[in-house]
Design a protein around this ligand. Structure first.
Ligand SMILES: C[S@@+](CC[C@H](N)C(=O)[O-])C[C@H]1O[C@@H](n2cnc3c(N)ncnc32)[C@H](O)[C@@H]1O
Length: 292
């Protein structure tokens, strides 16, 4: 079961009130949406977007009796078209809760976790074509090195790329643990990432690449501003520095152009209490803006 991160703070910054409409651009297992629906009763609606068809089906079944929740199985990059097609207006607020759901890590069997032994897939949407296995087995060493640097902030990117090349000359790399073993051998024993796992940065880089996450985020934020009503709010929860930088810069640029007002001077983070109950929340950063 996915525990919604920074739930109290999401409600505080979205500030949902009776009969308003909200978009949950990454509805996942619906934790934030359920709380928003309560606040906007009796007439307010939530439009929930989810790229993963398996999660979409689950939340659809779970919320069969909730008439004020409209669900769409699509990417939030298409949010402008979705809103126009459904004539979902006004839009009083939009939430982006980035990254993965617990179900995707724990149960999807798509290789998101370096702690499990699963096929190297990592697609949010089973309909998309690029998999982590394709990248690891077929991409040029320079491209591997580039994504490890750019999306994993991995200082041993070249070393890892060469180790992958060496292994795949002998055999296809198909499972997550095969990749973890390559990384363990390639990285120095005292590598400071061992606090986390030697695989953490590489897995992050592959997942971001497979799902085009950073480009999608830029596009999604641009679309959100277009469809948001005046005085509407955008709240974004990010889970690593690459995402947070994009959100921070996007909000800053639009604040300068006087299209947005910043509601969070510094990003909001989880309390010690929340981190104790939900380890996933330890890296969460929430930023919020108001459309002028
Ligand atoms: C952290 S979870 C959301 C959890 C949710 N707020 C809750 O409380 O249950 C992020 C979700 O966003 C989905 N997602 C990722 N990229 C997406 C995109 N481009 N469009 C729509 N959904 C996306 C993932 O599949 C995942 O289910």
């Amino acid at each position: 079961m996915h525990i919604p991160v920074l739930l109290k703070e999401v409600i505080e910054y979205l500030n949902p009130t009776s009969n308003e409409n909200f978009i949950d651009a990454t509805i996942g297992e619906g934790g934030h949406s359920l709380a928003i629906l309560k606040k906007i009763a009796p007439q307010g609606k939530v439009l929930g977007v989810e790229i993963d068809s398996a999660i979409y089906e689950t939340v659809k079944n779970k919320s069969k009796n909730e008439e004020r929740l409209i669900l769409v199985n699509d990417s939030y990059v298409n949010i402008e078209k979705i809103v126009n097609d459904l004539q979902f207006q006004p839009v009083n607020g939009i939430l982006f809760d980035l990254g993965m759901c617990s179900w995707q890590i724990d149960e999807s069997k798509r290789g998101f976790s370096y702690l499990k032994d699963e096929p190297l897939d990592m697609r949010f949407s089973p309909e998309s074509t690029l998999t982590a296995a394709e990248i690891v087995n077929f991409w040029e060493v320079d491209d591997l090195e580039r994504i490890l640097k750019d999306y994993g902030e991995e200082k041993y990117a070249k070393r890892i790329a060469l180790a992958i090349k060496e292994t795949r000359r002998k055999k296809r790399i198909v499972g997550t643990q095969e990749l973890v073993e390559i990384l363990k051998k390639a990285l120095p024993k005292n590598y400071d990432n061992y606090r986390l796992s030697p695989a953490a940065r590489t897995f992050q880089a592959l997942r971001i690449t497979v799902n085009n996450e950073l480009e999608n985020l830029k596009m999604g934020l641009t679309m959100a501003l277009k469809i948001l009503s005046p005085q509407g709010r955008v709240v974004v929860i990010s889970f690593h520095s690459l995402e947070d930088r994009i959100v921070k810069n996007f909000f800053r640029d639009n604040t300068k152009q006087s299209t947005l007002k910043t509601l969070t001077k510094k990003p909001i983070t989880s309390s010690q209490e929340e981190i104790k109950n939900n380890i996933r929340s330890h890296s969460a950063k929430l930023r919020a803006v108001l459309k002028i």
